[in-house]
Design a protein around this ligand. Sequence first.
Ligand SMILES: Nc1ncnc2c1ncn2[C@@H]1O[C@H](COP(=O)(O)OP(=O)(O)O)[C@@H](O)[C@H]1O
Ligand SMILES: CCCC(=O)OP(=O)(O)O
Length: 362
Amino acid sequence: MREYILTINPGSTSTKVAIFKGDENVLQKDLSHSPEELDKFTKMADQFDLRKDIILNWMKENNFSIESLIAVVGRGGLLRPMPGGTYKVTEPMMKDLRVGYQGEHASNLGGLISRAIADLAGVEAYIVDPVAVDEFTDIARISGIPEIQRRSLGHALNIKACGHRAAASLGKKFNEVNLVVAHLGGGITVAPVQKGRLLDYNNANEMGPFSPERTGGLPVGDVAKLCFSGQYDANSFKKKLRGKGGLTAYLGTNDARDVVKMIEAGDEKAKLVFDALGYQIAKEIGAMATVLQGKIDAIVLTGGLSYSNMLTDYIKDMIGFIAPVIIYPGEFEMKALNEGALRVINGEETAKIYENEVAIND
Ligand SMILES: Nc1ncnc2c1ncn2[C@@H]1O[C@H](COP(=O)(O)OP(=O)(O)O)[C@@H](O)[C@H]1O
Ligand SMILES: CCCC(=O)OP(=O)(O)O
């Protein structure tokens, strides 16, 4: 009997999978990939078979047959700028996911693997609120030179999921509240959300606060100097910015729990750097609060770093004057993927078609 939805969320070091029955999460696993396993691949799309097979084996080991699935849903990737919602995985979408239309990111594999497993099961594949969701205002796109646009690339899925949850906790609907939602994970996105719309935010790969592994925004003249110093090629410099930046660059770890232990053991450098993380996040929240002209129902902190009271207390001390702060540690991405698919399956929403929503002229 078909009764389960398989959700797939590929990350840089693991593939999170979960199986839902209705809205109940019946089984979830973080299937981790060793650096040696992934280092072999130059392009993200080349990891397709490895990750797909690990998921299929995991289902088999747990006695979930392909035939028991009613749908498969994945985290969507760096597609063309697109409205939020649940999308069918179509051939034009897969073409853009394979090349990484706006760049390489593990989430590009979400739709591709979902489609492949859904085809085996003979059911539909979806993505929900992908990284490329773009609801920016025109003014938010202006950078400082015409050749470069500020781009909407961030944690739309978890931000919208937490936005719905925060609104419900205030006794309102998502489209009735103004929020600043800060996703504080391996990457950081701080979003001003006006009545459900993500008006602006920092590109989580290259702007805003530094994060456990990413540099965030940097002084641009010094970046240009380093680029032309002869020490790096494009690939190694990209890795320095995303993967070897942030906490990793200063303290040799991307694990905030280790940093907290270092601080508790009296490490002053660790304290300064962790405070700086809180300081940069708080400043970004302040900036996004300004986008909403200070008319804010709540500020929401979410993502793995929000488990750290040391960090959230630092942030609350700086931004508490703006609005009440709600903390949802961890992320709700698997649940949000399932809910996006359920809304379509239950007929509450029609799945969007990528090629009808974006301009494809190439
Ligand atoms: N209990 C915790 N206390 C402090 N930091 C934590 C805790 N749990 C996770 N983190 C930190 O959260 C960060 C990862 O966040 P997460 O949302 O899991 O990221 P991603 O899904 O982007 O990999 C890491 O720096 C990790 O050490
Ligand atoms: C590219 C923006 C989304 C993002 O950073 O996701 P992860 O934190 O999962 O890498």
